[in-house]
Design a binder for this molecule. Structure first.
Ligand code: NDP
Length: 291
C-alpha cells in the first residue's frame, strides 16, 4: 500500500495534485477553505478533513498548494503544532525569501520542510510533460520521492531551500517574456488586415522553436572566458532594434520596449562597446551590487 498524503488547497492546481495522488492509489486527505470543491474527490475515496489540524495529523506528508505564502501561513498557523515530526512540502508559488522564512518557521516547529515549484499547468500534472523543482533537506525528499514523483518528474536542487522558487520564478519570467514576445509579434503582424493570429501562429512556433537552439550556445558563451560563438556588432543590433521600434509604430503598436532597447544600446555604444554577446547582455541586466 502507498503512503498517505494530505493536500491543502483545492484550487485548480491543488485539485489536480490530489486527483493524481488518488489515481495513483494513495490514501489522500484534503482540506480546502471552500470544502465543496472536495466533493468529486471525496466521491472517489478522498477523506475531507474538518480542519487543517486534522488534515496534518492524517499522515507524515502534507503538500500545500494555495494562492500565496500569506494564505498558506495563515491557514497553517492555528494548526502549527501538528507539524512536529511531519514533512511539509510547499508547492505554493512564492519567492526565495519566503522559502527561507518558511523553512526556518517549519524547522522551529520540529517539522521537515521542502519548498517546491511546479513547472506544469494543472492538466499536465502526472503526465511526462510535468516536472517539479524541490529544494531543502535531502532526507524528506528521499523519503517521499516516490509519492512526489506521481505529480511529475521531481528534480531536487540541493539543500539551499531557496533554489526551487528561484528556478521556478526564473522560468516563469522566461515564459512571461516569451508570451509577451508572441503577443507583440502578433499585434504587429495582424495590423495587416488580411492576417489573423491563427494564420501567423505557425510562423511564431517555427521561429521560436528554431531560435531555442541558440540557448545552449549562448549559455556556453556566458560561462566560458573563450571568444563567444555568438556575437554581433552593436551597430547591427541597434539598427535591428530601431527597425522593430519603427515597424511597431507604423503598425500602430506600442514601440516602448524597443525604444528603451535602442536607448540602452546607444548608451553602451557611447561607452565603447562594439560587440553584442550573451555575456555582455547579462552584465547589463545585473543591478549594481548592494552594499
Ligand atoms: P486557484 O486560484 O485555482 O486556487 C487558489 C487556492 O488557494 C484555492 O484552494 C483557494 O481556496 C486557496 N486560497 C486562496 N486564498 C486563501 C486564503 N486566504 N486562505 C486559504 N486558502 C486560500 O489557484 P491554483 O490552484 O491554480 O494555484 C495554486 C498555487 O499553485 C499558486 O501558488 C499558483 O501560483 C501555483 N501554480 C499554479 C499553476 C497553474 O497553472 N494553475 C502552475 C504552477 C503553479 P478556495 O477554494 O476556498 O478559494
Amino acid at each position: 500500500t502507498k503512503p498517505p498524503v494530505t493536500v491543502l488547497g483545492l484550487g485548480l492546481m491543488g485539485y489536480a495534485l490530489a486527483d493524481a495522488l488518488l489515481t495513483a492509489g494513495h490514501r489522500v486527505t484534503v482540506w480546502n477553505r471552500t470544502p465543496a470543491k472536495a466533493a468529486p474527490l471525496v466521491a472517489r475515496g478522498a477523506h475531507l478533513a474538518g480542519s487543517v489540524r486534522e488534515a496534518l495529523e492524517a499522515g507524515p506528508l502534507t503538500i500545500s498548494c494555495v494562492l500565496d505564502y500569506a494564505a498558506q501561513r495563515a491557514l497553517l498557523a492555528p494548526a502549527a503544532g501538528a507539524l512536529h515530526g511531519r514533512t511539509l512540502v510547499s508547492l505554493t508559488n512564492g519567492t526565495p525569501a519566503q522559502a527561507r522564512e518558511t523553512e526556518a518557521w517549519a524547522l522551529a516547529l520540529g517539522a521537515t520542510y521542502l519548498d517546491g515549484g511546479i513547472m506544469a499547468v494543472p492538466h499536465q500534472i502526472a503526465t511526462p510533460e510535468a516536472f517539479l523543482f524541490y529544494s531543502g533537506a535531502q532526507d524528506p525528499f528521499d523519503q517521499h520521492r516516490a509519492t512526489l514523483a506521481v505529480l511529475g518528474t521531481p528534480h531536487h536542487l540541493g539543500p539551499d531551500v531557496s533554489l526551487a522558487s528561484l528556478y521556478d520564478l526564473a522560468l516563469l519570467s522566461a515564459m512571461d517574456m516569451m508570451f509577451a514576445g508572441f503577443l507583440h509579434a502578433t499585434a504587429v503582424a495582424t495590423s495587416h488586415r488580411g492576417t489573423t493570429a491563427t494564420d501567423f501562429a505557425p510562423h511564431v512556433v517555427a521561429w521560436l522553436t528554431s531560435m531555442l537552439g541558440m540557448v545552449p550556445v549562448m549559455a556556453a558563451d556566458i560561462d566560458s572566458p573563450a571568444p563567444p560563438a555568438y556575437a554581433q556588432s552593436m551597430d547591427l543590433v541597434v539598427a535591428a532594434a530601431q527597425n522593430m521600434a519603427d515597424a511597431a509604430r507604423e503598425a500602430g503598436i506600442r514601440p516602448d520596449h524597443f525604444d528603451r532597447t535602442v536607448t540602452e544600446l546607444k548608451h553602451r555604444i557611447a561607452a565603447g562597446e562594439t560587440e553584442y554577446t550573451a555575456a555582455s547582455a547579462l552584465t547589463h541586466l545585473r543591478l549594481p551590487a548592494r552594499v
